[in-house]
Unconditional design. Structure first.
Length: 170
C-alpha cells in the first residue's frame, strides 16, 4: 500500500511540474504554429507585453515615415552569440535551424523592451530556454540608434535579427 501512495505522489509531482511549466510559457508568450506562404511551418512565440509598446516615435520632419528617419545598428553580435552558447548546448545549436528574434526597440535609447520569436517547427526548444533567452536579450542587448530628424516624442519601432546561427560562424 505504501508503494502505491509513493507512486501516486510521484506521479502527481511530475504531472503538476509539467503543467506549471506549460502555464509559465503561456504567461509570457502566446504560442502559435503558422504556415508561411512558401509552405514552411513556424512556431511564433509572441511576447504578451508586446502591445504595451505601440506608440511610434514622432519626428519634427513629416516628409518620411518614422522608420525612414531611424537607423539601427546592432551593438554586439558577439554578445548575442555568447548568450546563445550559454543557454544552449553545442549539440542543440548544431541541430537548431535559423529563426528570428523580433524586438520592440525604444527610440531614442535603443533599449530592447519586448522580444518575440519565430522559429522553424522542427526546432525542439525547451520552453524554459525560450523564456530565459527572451530575458537575456532584453537585459543584455541593445541597438545603437541614429536619428535623421529631431524627435518630438519617444516611441517604439520593430527590428529583428537572426538567432541560432552562432555555431555556424565558428
Amino acid at each position: 500500500m505504501k508503494k502505491y501512495h509513493l507512486m501516486l505522489l510521484m506521479f502527481v509531482q511530475i504531472f503538476s511540474g509539467h503543467i506549471s511549466g506549460q502555464n509559465c510559457i503561456k504567461s509570457i508568450f502566446d504560442v502559435e504554429v503558422r504556415e508561411s506562404e512558401y509552405g514552411s511551418r513556424y512556431v511564433d512565440y509572441t511576447n504578451k507585453n508586446w502591445d504595451n509598446y505601440q506608440s511610434s516615435p514622432i519626428f519634427t520632419s513629416n516628409e518620411r515615415s518614422a522608420r525612414d528617419l531611424v537607423n539601427f545598428h546592432f551593438i554586439s553580435t558577439t554578445k548575442k552569440d555568447s548568450i546563445e552558447q550559454v543557454l544552449f548546448t553545442k549539440e542543440e545549436l548544431d541541430s537548431l535551424n535559423r529563426g528570428i528574434a523580433i524586438c520592440k526597440i525604444h527610440i531614442p535609447s535603443g533599449k530592447i523592451v519586448s522580444v518575440s520569436f519565430s522559429i522553424p517547427i522542427q526546432n525542439k526548444v525547451e520552453n524554459g530556454k525560450m523564456i530565459r533567452y527572451k530575458n537575456a536579450i532584453e537585459k543584455n542587448l541593445f541597438f545603437n540608434v541614429t536619428l535623421y530628424s529631431d524627435l518630438k516624442k519617444e516611441g517604439y519601432l520593430i527590428q529583428s535579427f537572426p538567432i541560432f546561427i552562432s555555431r555556424r560562424k565558428q
